[in-house]
Design a protein around this ligand. Structure first.
Ligand SMILES: C[S@@+](CC[C@H](N)C(=O)[O-])C[C@H]1O[C@@H](n2cnc3c(N)ncnc32)[C@H](O)[C@@H]1O
Length: 280
């Protein structure tokens, strides 16, 4: 079993390196796919003029920009992310009322009791020690502040990712399965685990609501196939496999997507938790 330090080092190397590069390259397409989930999370966050907001794992700062717009000229948003290339892209937006810092949310020296709202879109599932990370985040929240984030539920509830992966698997070497406490895209899929982590970190007033939406993966199957495997677990798997095997995997994926092709695009279901918490 890997130690927390090893897991943290792996996540950091991934997001500073290939994960960051791939996220940046695929960002426009990803952003289109997750727009509906994003709107739900930002709506629940309800950032108000003049507020101070922290965007955890802000990536390229897409949500930071929306939060900055909502808090207006008298508010301020701080985006923190572990990945230099992603923070570079976030800073390049040139937002007047937002700043971006590179740092691990687990140890970043946030100003104490500074933020009215702490927000994250898919940026909190990669902590090697989530209780320590959320304790650090909690200390940054004002006593009357609110935590709002959105994260994926289990792979089984997310066919947009599971259908292509299942189709490709016969052509790929066996993949390392993350343990139930390991960081990763689906590490917050288990509602009881999310409750336990936030409870141990000192949050209260928990609300964990399911959000179910269809993800439009592209206009048609050829369009989806142009970009398949450019980010995430499939990208990681494809990089170590002979080109003929990748071609076979892609054929199988295209076939598996056929039942999901509609006149409005290739649509598969996605499932998230919308999580809200306050302080005692
Ligand atoms: C799936 S991306 C989401 C990015 C962004 N929130 C968005 O929705 O566009 C996950 C982000 O979490 C960041 N991240 C991972 N571990 C982190 C940590 N320990 N501290 C801060 N950011 C982290 C990654 O660098 C990456 O930008």
């Amino acid at each position: 079993m890997k130690t927390k330090e090893q897991l943290a080092a792996e996540q950091s190397a991934y997001w500073k390196g290939p994960g960051g590069t791939m996220w940046l390259g695929a960002y426009e397409r990803i952003q289109r796919g997750i727009t509906g989930f994003s709107e739900v999370a930002l709506g629940a966050a309800n950032a108000r003029p003049g507020e101070r907001v922290l965007d955890v794992g802000c990536g390229t700062g897409g949500t930071t920009a929306e939060l900055a717009n909502a808090v207006g000229p008298n508010g301020r948003v701080l985006g923190v992310d572990i990945s230099e290339p992603l923070v570079g892209a976030a800073r390049a937006q040139g937002l007047a009322n937002a700043a971006f810092e590179v740092g691990d949310a687990t140890t970043y020296p946030f100003e104490a009791q500074a933020f009215d709202l702490i927000f994250s879109r898919f940026g909190v599932m990669f902590f090697a020690d989530p209780v320590a990370a959320f304790r650090n985040i909690r200390r940054a929240m004002k006593p009357a502040g609110r935590l709002v984030f959105i994260c994926w539920r289990t792979p089984q509830e997310n066919p947009w990712a599971a259908v292509p992966m299942r189709a490709a698997m016969p052509f790929l070497p066996p993949m390392e399965r993350p343990g139930p406490e390991d960081p990763g895209q689906y590490s917050f899929g288990d509602r009881a685990r999310v409750e336990r982590i936030l409870g141990q970190a000192g949050f209260t007033g928990l609300s964990i609501e399911p959000v179910d939406q269809m993800l439009n993966q592209g206009a048609d199957i050829p369009t989806v196939m142009e970009r398949i495997g450019d980010f995430g677990p499939l990208a990681r798997a494809f990089k170590d496999v002979a080109p003929e095997q990748v071609a076979k995997a892609k054929e199988a994926i295209a076939e598996a997507l056929e039942p999901h092709a509609t006149a409005d695009g290739v649509k598969l279901a996605g499932a998230c938790w919308l999580v809200r918490a306050t302080l005692p």
